[in-house]
Design a protein around this ligand. Structure first.
Ligand code: AMP
Ligand code: MG
Length: 479
């Protein structure tokens, strides 16, 4: 099947027109293809090489329509940095329609009814980041929207300086956000809440159809999915940076990649978003913020779900799901497959030590995955060796309780501790090259993004240590 032969449907347009704005994309000037993800294209049932499809650039640029496509922007509200904004919506994203359970969306394709003061554009820099990170998050086994194609252009876009406009073709099983419910959870629009809930059940939770307390059960699944995703972020050291409720997907997947970052040196207090002065969205705050956002969703749902019951569900399920997922992953990252009552303490001890060494989070676990009792390689990673050596003494004792052979343990640890993480310094190199018209690094990064646990001998340069000056930087929100 060819990409340009896909036939789309538009179930969202069957909702009342208050849910969306029918709008046409505004194509970029002199658009050109930068990259495609064949891996993402497979989700749509596309087997042919997308990069060779003669219509790909024009489809992503919004100047060629797929059959059945009717373009629209979705309306939503949201809590931004804790403050409620009654109307946001897709200010620079335009939806094309749905195929194979995936909703196709162009990001950066021009103004919509919801653009407010914005130009409806996305710059090349932020589009490269979103394109690669969507695919990398999937490669890490974490639920996320995907990215099928990236185009560049000659359109000038005003930010701190003039930049070039770009568009990412994103895919997601849903683009409904917590903020979509918040839009309909207040005032005269409450009548539409149930309509939205029924749509979400059909789209994201069809297995719930016909159960008792349907909307509460839906809420419970949202709580569990969100807790699972955030636990996975914490396990790989991912800081999202803008966990506003409009950036929280209703099925719990990671969406809207802005000033995100992976931890270089482990630092629980790290804040990747430069504008987040108070650290509301710091690395360590992410689980608490997810909980807070879910409480806002409970409020929005209160006309159709008893609020006390929703909050009870939140309190019962969030922490439990989060802890189970997070600890389960951390035990595996440490190669602990048997259970010992003191394992939780060993994880806490390790995190406390990582904070003090200091040490690159990803490198530490990758090196630990090859640990065989000789501490030298691990100790070489840190300046402060005594705390690591002491922690390793405890770890050695604990490993004695394991029944797996050392070799088997190492194989399993290498399959859960990624070698390739899209750190900001390496993304920045790819961006700098792209601005000069060279896109090779994007292709290299895409390759490791899809297989972050494998060795890629020819791509070792993508996991070189972060230069000290570039460690745990704060990123601008401008995109
Ligand atoms: P974000 O936090 O980047 O997900 O964006 C928050 C809100 O601002 C969303 O409603 C976006 O659609 C909107 N937005 C961000 N950048 C632009 C832009 N350049 N033009 C129009 N709307 C934008
Ligand atoms: Mg957003």
């Amino acid at each position: 099947m060819k990409f340009s032969n896909l036939k789309l449907t538009t179930p969202y347009l069957e909702l009342d027109s208050i849910f969306y704005d029918k709008v046409e994309p505004t194509p970029l000037k002199k658009a050109f293809l930068i990259s495609t993800s064949q891996n993402a294209a497979k989700l749509l049932g596309v087997a042919d090489d997308v990069s060779l499809d003669e219509h790909i650039v024009n489809i992503v640029n919004g100047s060629h329509k797929l059959e059945g496509s009717e373009t629209f922007a979705m309306c939503y509200a949201g809590h931004q940095f804790g403050y409620f904004v009654p109307r946001l919506g897709d200010g620079r994203a335009i939806n094309l329609g749905k195929v194979n359970g995936q909703n196709l969306q162009l990001k950066g394709s021009g103004q919509t009814l919801y653009s407010r003061q914005g130009d409806g554009r996305a710059v090349l820099r932020s589009s490269i980041r979103e394109y690669l990170m969507s695919e990398a998050m999937h490669g890490l086994g974490i639920a996320t929207s995907r990215a099928l194609a990236l185009i560049g252009s000659d359109t000038d876009v005003a930010r701190e300086q003039w930049e070039k406009g770009a568009i990412v073709l994103r895919l997601s099983p849903t683009w409904v956000r917590f903020g979509t419910f918040e839009y309909f959870g207040r005032g005269s629009k409450q009548g539409h809440l149930q309509m939205l809930a029924d749509y979400v059940i059909e789209e994201s939770f069809p297995h719930l159809k016909g159960v008792e307390n349907l909307y509460l059960k839906m809420y419970k699944e949202i709580v569990q999915n969100t807790a699972t995703t955030v636990a996975r972020w914490q396990s790989v050291g991912f800081n999202h940076g803008v966990m506003n409720t409009d950036n929280m997907s209703i099925d719990g997947r990671t969406i809207d990649y802005g000033p995100f970052a992976f931890l270089d040196d482990y630092d629980a207090n790290y804040i990747c978003n430069h504008t987040d002065v108070e650290g509301r969205y710091s690395f360590k705050n992410q689980p608490g913020i997810a909980h807070w956002n879910l409480a806002q969703l409970a409020k929005a749902l209160s006309p159709i779900v008893n609020y006390e019951n929703a909050i009870k569900t939140l309190d019962e399920c969030f922490g439990l799901t989060y802890e189970n997922e997070y600890l389960g992953i951390m035990y595996k990252k440490m190669g602990l497959y048997e259970r010992d009552e003191k394992d939780v303490e060993l994880v806490k001890y390790m995190l406390g030590s990582l904070q003090s060494f200091p040490v690159d989070y990803t490198r530490f676990f990758r090196t630990l995955s090859r640990y065989s009792g000789d501490k030298s390689e691990l100790l070489a990673l840190v300046e402060l060796q005594t705390p690591l050596s002491e922690w390793l003494d405890e770890y050695d004792k604990r490993l004695e309780k394991e029944t797996l052979s050392q070799e088997e343990r190492q194989t399993q640890m290498l399959a859960i501790n990624p070698k390739y993480i899209l750190k900001n310094h390496i993304l920045q190199e790819a961006i700098d090259e792209a601005k000069q018209g060279s896109f090779f690094m994007i292709e290299d990064l895409l390759k490791v993004a899809h297989n972050p646990f494998d060795e890629h001998e020819e791509l070792e340069y993508l996991c070189k240590p972060t230069p000290p000056k570039a460690k745990n930087l704060k990123l601008s929100c401008s995109s």
